[in-house]
Design a protein around this ligand. Sequence first.
Ligand code: MN
Ligand code: MN
Ligand code: CO
Length: 281
Amino acid sequence: MKKEGHSHTEFCPHGSGEDTELFILEAIKQNFDEYSITEHAPLPKEFLHKAAGAQYAIDTAGIKLSEIEPYLKKMNDLKKKYADQIHINVGFEVDFLPEYQQWTSDFLNEYGKYMDDSILSVHFLKGNGGDRAIDYSGQDYDEGIVSYYGSFQYAQEIYLQTVIDSVEADLGKYKPKRIGHITLCQKFQKYFDTDTSISQNSYLLIDFLLKKMSEKQYELDCNMAGLYKELCGVSYPPRDIVAKAQHLGIPIVYGSDSHKSNEVGRGYEQYTNFLLPVNAR
Ligand code: MN
Ligand code: MN
Ligand code: CO
């Protein structure tokens, strides 16, 4: 079973605007059996209003509440149209926002029944001036996050702790079962000339995170987008961490995190090379 577990659509305000049908045709061409559409869910207005840092990242972080219905309608129409060629799941990539868990639970309780497959991701951390997107640019990450915490590796530990909090959070029965790009904090690692490797403390946090994920039977988003980011050059998470997850029996799900149709399926081959053979897990 060849599955694409993480993809975006023309509803994404920071995407290419290309019709989702083009993404799906590309997935069919590459012989995917299953394709999950996981658009960025809306974020609370109050959160966006108070957020700091690059305004573009805040303004384009998710779809608007008013777009949920047109989004679900369009994606479900495509799901039907291509049902005999590919199994399409419709869902969301939901942000974990520590201070807005009630809002997120309410959102999931309202729309969870329309979601086939979803991802829970951390894209924001507290930083200079307030909550800030961590995936906008090296400079923005440096000014807003690294300088706030004092070092790249300390910021990394805070990110991982927040991902742990997302796994432990009670967001109700529709909480997504897959945890997104658990090392997104490495996206701009090559921008810095300090030590940006995964610290000893971070490895301890990762061990704890994976243990919790395996207890709760969550899946790992093996997100290949980082391989294609000039300042990153590795998947989220890197291969050694994927192997640890496999040893714990955590289901690994490939994700291209495509925001353009020509990104569908990227890194799939590297992903299959990553995976440990069944008898070595
Ligand atoms: Mn995105
Ligand atoms: Mn994401
Ligand atoms: Co994504």
